[in-house]
Design a protein around this ligand. Structure first.
Ligand code: ADP
Length: 302
């Protein structure tokens, strides 16, 4: 079953058409990586899903219910985590979540337990500090606890890792990946390695629509070409070697040569070594570059 269905959505601001025929769905229990450059329309899409903007054309369904602008009914099943969440930072995490549980109408007799459960989930049980003493990573984890307080079926995370250091990012991604059984996640980001780490599906938004959408594996199979990378001592050597492969798909960057080959690695490796030996070139290194999401992204957004 699809938890989210976005069907042929169009959205424009004045004459600026931001989304045009945007269509995608997110199966229940999965993490969907929503990728696109700045200004591509990711935040606009999230606002449409949250009913905070009008849809010009098309429809959005959340948990089987149609999203309507200004009518918050569908938002009862959505949790939202902004890129830099704001808190009352003179409170402790527990105090803050208790406060949130009051205003989100969680029944009084469930609040203490629910807050304790959320603190445990995000690893903040022991922290007695005020929120103002929290690291960014801790604040992001607290943001998740807040977003999940009301047991939503769907969680929207808008660029949640952009402001985190590598440790905070690792912890946060591990937490998000662990939530899959509880909640379906839309994870917007421009950090492609984060998507590769935790997402089941990827959609690349460009020119108002998803240019590609599917599982990471299916996209790699379809769009990305594996490459062989050779490094030479000098740029001249690299260029001379590249000239010998001129019938092939070659990129020459400084003293590096990249060949996007067809067929098997073993055949491509033999071809490369044969030319190296025949023409008496000495490569400093030869390595295999596996297809990556970055390659796919550059391919479909160029
Ligand atoms: P992203 O989140 O991918 O960076 P946004 O959805 O924020 O992209 O913005 C997409 C485009 O829509 C941008 O050109 C932005 O200037 C424009 N835009 C977003 N919100 C508004 C608005 N309220 N009024 C006018 N233009 C807007």
């Amino acid at each position: 079953m699809n938890l989210l269905e976005v069907r042929q959505v169009k959205k424009q601001f004045g004459s600026n058409v931001v989304l045009n025929n945007l269509t995608f769905s997110i199966p229940q229990g999965s993490i969907f990586g929503f990728v696109g450059k700045n200004g591509a329309g990711k935040t606009t899409t999230m606002k449409l899903i949250l009913g905070l903007e009008t849809v010009d054309e098309g429809e959005i369904y959340l948990n089987g219910q149609k999203v309507t602008f200004g009518k918050p009914a569908t938002n009862h099943s959505v949790g939202y985590l902004p890129d830099v969440p704001e808190f009352y930072d003179y409170m402790t995490a527990r105090e803050y979540l208790l406060f949130c549980s009051e205003i989100t109408a969680i029944p009084k007799n469930e609040r203490v337990n629910r807050v304790a459960k959320m603190l445990q989930l995000v690893g903040l049980t022991q922290d007695k500090r005020k929120i103002k003493g929290f690291s960014r990573g801790m604040k992001q984890r607290l943001g998740i606890a807040q977003a999940l307080l009301n047991k939503p079926a769907f969680l929207i995370c808008d660029e949640p890792t952009s402001a985190l250091d590598p440790t905070g990012r690792n912890e946060f991604l591990a937490l998000l990946a662990s939530l899959k059984d509880e909640v379906t996640i839309l994870f917007s980001t421009h950090i492609l390695s984060d998507v590769e780490r935790i997402c089941d599906y990827v959609g690349i938004l460009d020119q108002g629509a998803l240019q590609v959408v599917g599982t990471l594996e299916s996209l790699k199979e379809r769009y990305a070409k594996p490459q062989i990378e050779l490094n030479f001592e000098t740029q001249i050597e690299a260029q001379q070697f590249a000239a010998k492969l001129s019938d092939k798909k070659i990129q020459c960057i400084d003293s590096q040569v990249l060949w996007s080959y067809e067929g098997t690695y073993s055949q491509a490796f033999h071809d490369v070594v044969e030319i190296l030996l025949q023409e008496a070139f000495t490569a400093k290194s030869i390595s295999h570059i596996a297809p990556s999401l970055e390659q796919i992204y550059l391919e479909v957004t160029k």
